[in-house]
Design a protein. Structure first.
Length: 374
């Protein structure tokens, strides 16, 4: 009897150990690689140098036990890959030529190293500077100059209410899905301006909010269906401030976190400290977790870029990131206890690995992080 009991206990112990291992492996531990890193490490580089820089980035990411990259493949209406629709990104080259396909190489090296790659896309942005008249002939936006498909407001954007906009977004997603990506991500894209779609929403006989929420929802659902047809995950990384999502971005968070047909995961940008007067981290992360009714994974994005710096919008908590050097670790410890938590993402790569950009607190924050993800 005793022998049988010992065997049962041993089997239970093995089972529990395996479950712990499985839980650890399931945790997404990601980092953003933005157009800033693309420009710094790849722009204008010879093929060998460029690939070596990517290899080094992957090695650095592996050294931190991170397992996912969020790569900005389309910063605007452009591409870091060889596209038939979009010109090569100005963050990659000034000549519209590059010696190899960067996205193809990234996916190859990531998967050789057991790292997932999510393609990060900005759906509505054409450019952040210049005017409509600056659009070049090799841009798909060029043929719409003079129409209300385009909108100018501190940059140039697609009008979300036009069917032509949805068509270009979906064609672009189809192109990215030809690559071996693990997911597609939209960030906290802003509705371009208050009068971008004035003609469309007036003729719709809906309120402006109703109209814009429905327009964005329709686009999100179409992208989700397309990704699902290719067995690729689709998610959104909205602003952490729920009120702003409804009042400025027209991102219908509550619908996406309730119904099944919109997104496969949510990655809210919780760029707040514990003493932020407007959006304290614990309260805000708990709210996001509680909003989820469709049981999709929650991957909070944490503000590595704020380490050691003044947080201007935190009011009384504006010096928190200067006075403390364990905020990121404490945030991860907290969110790991949330019921829908499946991982975290750090914004962004250089704040983890570019020492010349480090603050006095960076090394300690990074070491604390390493201790949590062994």
């Amino acid at each position: 009897m005793k022998k049988t009991l010992v065997i049962i206990l041993l089997l239970l112990g093995i089972l529990l150990f395996d479950q712990k291992q499985e839980t650890k492996e399931e945790e997404l531990r990601g980092v953003y690689i933005s157009y800033i890193e693309i420009s710094k490490y790849l722009k204008g580089k010879e093929e060998e140098t460029s690939k070596n820089n990517i290899n080094q980035m992957i090695e650095n990411i592996k050294s931190m036990n991170l397992n996912t990259i969020i790569l900005q493949v389309r910063p605007s209406t452009d591409a870091i890959y060889h596209s038939k629709i979009f010109p090569l990104s100005k963050y990659l080259t000034d000549t519209n030529e590059y010696p190899y396909d960067v996205l193809s190489y990234f996916t190859q090296i990531c998967h050789e190293n057991n790292i997932k790659l999510y393609a990060w896309i900005n759906p509505y942005r054409i450019s952040t500077t210049g005017t409509i008249q600056d659009i070049k002939e090799n841009s798909p936006a060029y043929s719409y100059i003079g129409s209300d498909v385009l909108y100018e407001n501190n940059g140039v954007y697609w009008n979300p209410a036009r069917k032509e906009t949805n068509e270009i977004i979906l064609k672009g997603i189809e192109e990215v899905l030809e690559y071996d990506v693990d997911g597609i991500l939209f960030d906290d894209y802003f509705y371009p301006g208050e009068d971008v779609d004035k003609l469309e929403y007036i003729s719709s006989k809906k309120t402006k909010e109703e109209f814009r929420l429905s327009i964005i929802n329709e686009m999100v659902k179409e992208v989700h269906n397309l990704c699902k047809s290719k067995n690729v995950l689709f998610g959104i990384s909205p602003e952490g401030n729920i009120e702003n999502n409804y009042q400025k971005n027209y991102a219908d968070i509550f619908t996406w976190l309730k119904e099944e047909d919109y997104i496969d995961f949510i990655m809210p940008q919780l760029y707040y400290g514990f003493f932020n007067s407007t959006k304290p981290f614990v309260t805000t992360s708990n709210e996001w977790n509680n909003y989820i009714q469709n049981n999709i994974p929650l991957y909070p994005v944490l503000a590595m870029y704020k380490v050691g710096k003044e947080d201007f919008y935190a009011k009384e908590g504006k010096n928190e990131w200067i006075e403390n050097n364990n905020i990121i670790a404490k945030e991860i410890i907290h969110i790991r206890n949330l019921s829908h938590y499946k991982g975290f993402v750090l914004y962004r790569y250089d704040n983890l690995f570019l020492e010349e950009d480090f603050t006095n607190n960076s090394q300690i924050e990074i070491q604390n992080l390493k201790n949590l993800v062994k």
